[in-house]
Design a protein around this ligand. Structure first.
Ligand code: ZN
Length: 564
């Protein structure tokens, strides 16, 4: 920066002021030196005059004013004992060792380069350190994000599929603290069905599914409230329900007959059979392609040999979409035509009953027991052993003990009619006696009786006709305990336990304490001996092989009244 203004140059007639300004820069520096300020100014003034003259000359001779500088310095040396340029140089060198004024320092090209270099260096360093900090920061953020984000489950698959259950399994997801299972049935929206709070539980059992139906599942890994990406299964179809073989026998030489329960979701059934001790093979199968036809005759079997068979239901016979096989049945093949005792076709009676095991029906007449506890004691023991029985009751007493009747209904006891008031016997019994009995029972418990027994057991055409009209079968008995006569619990007990056999209908009366005592003793023992205690209806339906017919009188499971 020059201390000389444009006015200065103007005063001295200088036109090209910039040129001169440059030329005077050295003097600027000198003039800054505080010790020599006064003389410095003088110098400047005199120098500038000389310089001006020289410049004019030089300009005229075409020489640059700088070329004259040496002369000008020499002249100054000679001229005075004032400070010369060299003095200033020396002082300046000395000053350079002290911290210099940056403003002036910058004027030196050497320093300017150095400064530029150092500025460049500083800037590079700032940029580099900023980049490093940024890099570390991004790394830290990435680490935090990755350590708190939840991954997705791996290898999600159905590990076990049955008719109404699917088991899913998967491999652990990164950072998971639990899992959520969602389900879609037949392409519907996914709904959350299970939440698992344990990250190490890597299976989920999905129960209560519908057979032969398509489902999709999604498993999402959880961490606190964060959710990972959901992972979906393929569509998984549950298997068809396994059929149950309800009947198996051989009645024709070389033929085994099977009946089984119907599966409306199936498209057919596959019957497999084998000779006892052998293996199931592909050539010993039989396909039934009508889902409503739940029976098969397996032919060309070896007579007097025993064969085993089992059935499965299929949706698609060629794929794996078929049910698990049924329980196996075993049948000896007859060598001549045989009459087969009919067996139950209707297993809806009571799924827990086994038609191949002995059954008996306990029956109790003359109830309900009014103002006595024997009726409820009998129900208590039947209930305790999950046994069933049939009660023939009077319409006139039913209204006295409605709670007892309702309890019988709720325990699924069979409700029978024993006329209105037990005053008429045999031919005296009118249709009105029967009807009034039914209505009295209905009024007490809200259910009409399903069967009838005449007082004293004597039936007539009138009774049977009325029973047919009222949709009631008539049940006589095959064992008479004479409990009304003996009133002896021990005698009643022995009358039953010593004589009973498969298919028997046992006559007792509800209104005697001695009978209740006998029942409390016999029921556990009969069950212990393998008897199933059932209603008359179930006894005849299962053991007799067909539903009891209204208006028909049965003596036991296998005989109607009048038959041998
Ligand atoms: Zn009676």
């Amino acid at each position: 920066m020059s201390y000389y203004s444009d006015e200065f140059f103007k005063e001295y007639g200088l036109t090209d002021s910039d040129e001169y300004k440059d030329d005077f820069e050295y003097e600027d520096v000198y003039s800054d030196s505080s010790q020599n300020q006064d003389s410095g100014y003088e110098d400047v003034y005199s120098d500038s005059r000389r310089s001006r003259d020289n410049t004019r000359q030089n300009n005229r001779s075409g020489r640059s004013p700088y070329d004259r500088q040496g002369d000008y310095r020499d002249r100054r040396d000679r001229n005075t004992n004032r400070r010369t340029v060299r003095d200033y140089d020396r002082d300046r060198d000395r000053d350079d060792r002290r911290p210099s004024r940056p403003q002036n320092d910058s004027r030196r090209p050497q320093n300017r380069r150095r400064r530029r270099r150092s500025r460049l260096f500083r800037r590079t360093m700032i940029v580099l350190s900023f980049a490093a900090v940024l890099f570390v920061l991004i790394g830290v953020i990435a680490l935090i994000v990755s350590s708190s984000s939840v991954g997705e489950v791996q290898k999600l698959a159905a590990s076990d599929v049955s008719a109404n259950q699917i088991v899913l399994s998967w491999e652990k997801a990164k950072n998971a603290s639990g899992y959520k299972v969602l389900m879609s049935k037949g392409g519907a929206d996914f709904e959350e069905i299970q939440t698992i709070g344990d990250p190490d539980t890597l299976t989920a059992t999905i129960p209560d599914l519908e057979q032969a139906s398509a489902y999709s599942f999604s498993v999402v890994a959880l961490r606190d409230k964060k959710e990972g990406k959901p992972v979906l299964t393929e569509s998984i179809t549950t298997l068809p329900q396994t059929p149950e073989i309800t009947n198996s026998f051989s009645a024709k030489p070389g033929v085994m007959h099977l009946d089984w329960s119907e599966n409306p979701k199936a498209n057919g059934y596959i019957v497999e059979y084998k000779k006892d001790g052998g293996e199931y093979t592909a050539d010993m199968t039989l396909t039934v392609s009508d889902p409503a036809e739940c029976k098969a005759d397996i032919e060309n079997l070896e007579v007097n040999a025993t064969y085993a068979a089992r059935v499965c239901a299929y949706v698609d016979a060629d794929s794996q979409l078929k049910s698990a096989p049924s329980d196996e049945v075993s049948v000896k093949i007859v060598d001549k035509e045989t009459e087969v005792m009919p067996k139950a076709k209707d297993q809806k009676v009571d799924g827990a009953l086994d038609v191949n095991k002995p059954m008996i029906a306990l029956t109790f007449d003359d109830g309900p027991a009014v103002d006595q506890d024997c009726g409820d004691r009998i129900l208590d023991v039947l209930e305790k052993y999950n046994a069933k029985a049939t009660f023939f009751m009077l319409g006139c007493n039913a209204g006295e003990e409605p709670d007892n009747l309702k309890r019988k209904v709720s325990l699924k006891m069979e409700i029978g009619n024993h006329t209105w008031n037990h005053t008429h016997y045999g031919g005296e019994v009118t249709a009105e006696d029967v009807r009034m009995g039914s209505n009295g029972i209905y009024d007490a418990c809200g259910q009409f009786p399903t069967c009838f027994r005449s007082p004293g057991g004597m039936t007539t055409g009138t009774i049977l006709t009325e029973c047919a009209a009222e949709n009631m079968a008539v049940y006589y008995w095959s064992i008479d305990t004479q409990d009304w006569s003996s009133r002896d619990a021990d005698a009643v007990y022995h009358a039953v336990v010593d004589n009973v056999k498969d298919g028997d209908i046992v006559l007792m009366h509800e209104i005697y304490g001695s009978t209740a005592d006998a029942v409390e003793r016999m029921v556990p023992e009969l069950i212990e001996k393998g008897y199933q205690l059932v209603t008359c209806h179930d006894l005849i339906a299962l053991k007799g092989g067909s539903e009891p017919t209204p208006g028909v009188e049965y003596v036991d499971a296998f005989r109607q009244m009048g038959q041998e």
